[in-house]
Design a protein around this ligand. Structure first.
Ligand SMILES: O=C(CO)COP(=O)(O)O
Length: 297
């Protein structure tokens, strides 16, 4: 296992350190791990994600679930944060997603435009901001320029910056696919190089190409692949996302492998809220049993 970086050694300014400390050590299990509830799928995928559990289309239901489940944070876009976080402010950390897009246009030139600022996050009492970066997109240059402005503002205001690092674009598809180990590993490295405090990646899948260089060997076990991703992220903390709803056993195994490999935590949305309320909380307790085994100071 790659040793997960400690908060005290990742070069944060005071505001960033205080906020990340609150997220990791005051909320959730308080043991330095994190379980986040993301809720930007209504923008990113549209209403179809709520068909499995219509109650989840109500943001108030989700923010309450984040409090009841003892999450380390709930990730919302500005519109929902302004209307629904107020009732629970202080009870669960807010991660304000600053950019986002729909999946209606073709994915030829993925770029996620900004809808909010770090100053909005401060006003709303957020403990972190989230930025989606499409690594490898033909619009990467614009993305990097947009990100630089956010990074500077986050630094100035002492706000931890979490990058949702998504490999995207035609070039990525010819190099193993967006969820391949090559692409996820590169995205984690990119996020750390450009200044993310925390990076969120999908669980890496085996590379579909044959004859890839040794470092991307297809014989890696899933856990070895995540281990390499954590190493690539170096002093940027790594979160693994849940993805589409899958079998519980498979999800729990994914969570265990990720934590065993040295990730700091999990960001599971659809797998948590695309089921009824009590079932969501049951899965959350099982995920927390896993996190409890990997404390971090
Ligand atoms: O971070 C995420 C979306 O913003 C991950 O969500 P899912 O777990 O639903 O894939």
């Amino acid at each position: 296992m790659t040793r997960r970086p400690r908060l005290g050694e990742i070069g944060l300014n005071t505001g960033k350190k205080a906020r990340l400390h609150r997220i990791l050590h005051t909320y959730g299990l308080g043991n330095g791990t994190a379980l986040f509830l993301p809720y930007d799928q209504g923008l990113e995928h549209g209403p179809r994600d709520f068909f499995a559990n219509p109650a989840a289309s109500d943001p108030a239901y989700i923010v309450k679930l984040a409090v009841e489940g003892g999450f380390n944070g709930v990730a919302l876009q500005i519109g929902l944060a302004e209307k629904f976080f107020w009732d629970y402010a202080g009870e669960v950390p807010l991660i304000l997603k600053l950019n986002g897009k729909t999946d209606i246009p073709s994915d030829a030139r993925p770029l996620s435009p900004l809808h909010a600022t770090v100053a909005d996050a401060v006003r709303l009492g957020a403990d972190a901001v989230g930025y989606t970066m499409y690594v490898g997109s033909p619009a990467q240059e614009e993305d990097f320029a947009q990100f630089r402005v956010v990074r500077e503002e986050a630094h100035r205001l002492g706000m931890p910056l979490i990058v949702w690092a998504y490999p995207r674009g035609e070039a990525v598809e010819t190099k193993g696919g967006k969820d391949s180990f090559y692409a996820v590993d590169y995205a984690a490295r990119t996020a750390s190089e450009v200044g993310a405090d925390v990076v969120k990646v999908n669980f890496p899948q085996p590379d579909k190409r044959s004859g890839v260089p040794g470092g991307y060997a297809a014989e890696f076990t899933p856990q070895q692949a995540v281990d390499a991703v954590v190493r690539s992220a170096n002093r940027t903390l790594v979160l693994i996302s849940g993805g589409e709803k899958a079998d519980d056993q498979a999800m729990l195994e994914k969570a265990r492998e990720a934590m065993e490999a040295g990730t700091t935590g999990l960001i599971f949305g659809r797998n948590v809220w695309q089921r009824d309320h009590d079932d969501s909380l049951r899965l959350v307790s099982r995920l927390k049993e896993i996190l409890a085994k990997y404390p971090n100071d």
